[in-house]
Write a protein that binds this ligand. Sequence first.
Ligand code: S6P
Ligand code: ZN
Length: 186
Amino acid sequence: MENNNITYINYENGALSGANISEGVTTIGKMAGFFKDEKARAAIQPDTIAYRVQIHSAVTQADKPGTLYYGVTFLNPGMVGNEYYMTKGHFHQKPTAEYYWCIQGQGKLLIMDKDRNYEVIEMSPGTLHYIPEEYAHRVVNTGETPLIFGACWPADAGHDYQSIVNQGFPIRMINKNGKPVIEATI
Ligand code: S6P
Ligand code: ZN
C-alpha cells in the first residue's frame, strides 16, 4: 500500500515512485553535436530515447544553497555509428561535487577537469563514484542492457552543457570488434 506523501525507491532497478518526482527525457533528436558521427545521429528516429532521468525534489527554491536533489538515470543501450549511447555530460556551474552509483548495467564514467585532464572509470552494479567539484561528468553505456545509476548533487549546482558542446571530452568510447575502446577526440 503506497502512502501519498512517501517516495519509494525500487532497489532492483532504482526506479522512483510516489511523491515529489519529475521526469526528463533526452532523445537522440536532442543530442545534435554530442556524437562524432553527426550523419549517423541524424539518421536515427529523432524521438528515440537515449536516456530518462527521474528526479526527486523536496526543494522549494532551486537555487537555495545547502539543498540537494536525488536522481536516477536510465541510459539505454545503443550506438550512434560506432559510438555508444551516452549522457550529454556537463560541468556544474557552481563548483560542487556529486555522487554517482551504479545500480544496473555496464559502462564508463568519464570525468574531465578544466585543463582537460580526464579519467575513465568502470561502472558496474554496486560501484560508487565521487565526482569532485570542477569536473565535468558523462556516462557511457557499453553494455547491452540499460545502464541505471543514481545521483545526488546540490540543488544550486547549475548545469553547463555549452562547454561540452563547444569542446567535447578528450576521448570517446567506441565499439571496436565488439569491445569498448577509448578513442582520442581529434
Ligand atoms: C545532475 C546529474 C545527473 C545527470 C543525468 C543526465 O547533476 O549529473 O542527474 O543530469 O545523468 O546527464 P546530463 O549530462 O544530460 O545532465
Ligand atoms: Zn552533475
